[in-house]
Write a protein that binds this ligand. Structure first.
Ligand SMILES: C[S@@+](CC[C@H](N)C(=O)[O-])C[C@H]1O[C@@H](n2cnc3c(N)ncnc32)[C@H](O)[C@@H]1O
Length: 232
């Protein structure tokens, strides 16, 4: 696979999530009726969000949480409903507008949305970081560097997801490459759990962290795995 720089991938993601895919993403993250395939994706995403939320304390009152790549804000609002102050960052101002329109009333915490790069130094320090399906689009070396950057701002916990390298995902990825470039969404980059664990273990900035829980969700057309880092 041709190597893509962090900047190139980030720019492609911004175009995709701020323009190309806004409508599809708005639908997927709502209750609107969707096709069978998208319904399995939605169900898988709901499961992994529930997994991530189950690894956070039930009461987040007074805690500062960074939602890195928050999209339409589903996870951010769920954390704020538990009392967290959430800093929700995304490349797509359009998705952030959609999120702001959808803000539930009566949250015990709050959500501050910010358009930009999750690695922007102005984010944090925070108690915890969550990053659901946001770093999955980057090369493993960039992905682990992103996790290390996010971890450097977190006090206690970082939860992220990755696309586990499975035979089905490898085939889906290969098929995706057959479509004309203009029709393609920015590919997710599958990585094996063993490879990821090794890279995390070897990263000099992650020496103070250990890998905690991990949970794979396999909902046919949606495969993603949540992983937790905790301060050693
Ligand atoms: C697949 S969506 C997931 C959105 C949300 N976390 C969710 O699960 O509903 C990936 C999101 O990550 C955002 N993203 C990707 N790279 C980013 C970066 N470097 N900084 C901020 N946001 C980023 C994209 O704009 C997009 O909204």
């Amino acid at each position: 696979m041709a190597s893509v720089t962090y900047q190139e991938r980030r720019d492609a993601l911004e175009t995709y999530f701020d323009r190309t895919a806004v409508e599809a993403w708005a639908k997927l993250t709502s209750d609107a009726e969707v096709s069978g395939i998208r319904a399995t994706v939605r169900a898988g995403r709901d499961s992994i969000r529930e997994t991530i939320l189950s690894w956070l304390p039930d009461d987040l009152t007074g805690e500062l949480l960074l939602d890195a790549g928050c999209g339409a804000g589903q996870l951010a609002f769920a954390a704020a409903a538990r009392g967290a102050h959430v800093e929700a960052v995304d490349l797509s101002p359009t998705l952030l507008e959609l999120a702001a329109e959808r803000a539930p009333v009566g949250l015990s915490g709050d959500v501050q949305f910010r358009a930009g790069d999750m690695l922007d130094a102005s984010a944090g320090p925070v108690d915890r970081v969550v990053s659901m399906d946001s770093v999955i689009h980057y090369q493993p070396s960039d992905m682990v560097q992103m996790i290390a950057d996010l971890a450097s701002r977190a006090e206690t916990q970082v939860i992220f997801t990755f696309a586990p390298r499975t035979p089905l995902l490898t085939v889906m990825h290969a098929v995706g490459q057959l479509f004309p470039k203009s029709d393609r969404s920015p590919a997710i980059v599958p990585v094996s759990e063993g490879h990821l664990r090794r890279r995390i273990g070897e990263h000099p900035d992650l020496q103070g962290w250990t890998i905690g829980r991990t949970q794979r969700i396999d909902s046919f057309f949606y495969i993603s795995q949540a992983m937790e880092l905790v301060r050693a």
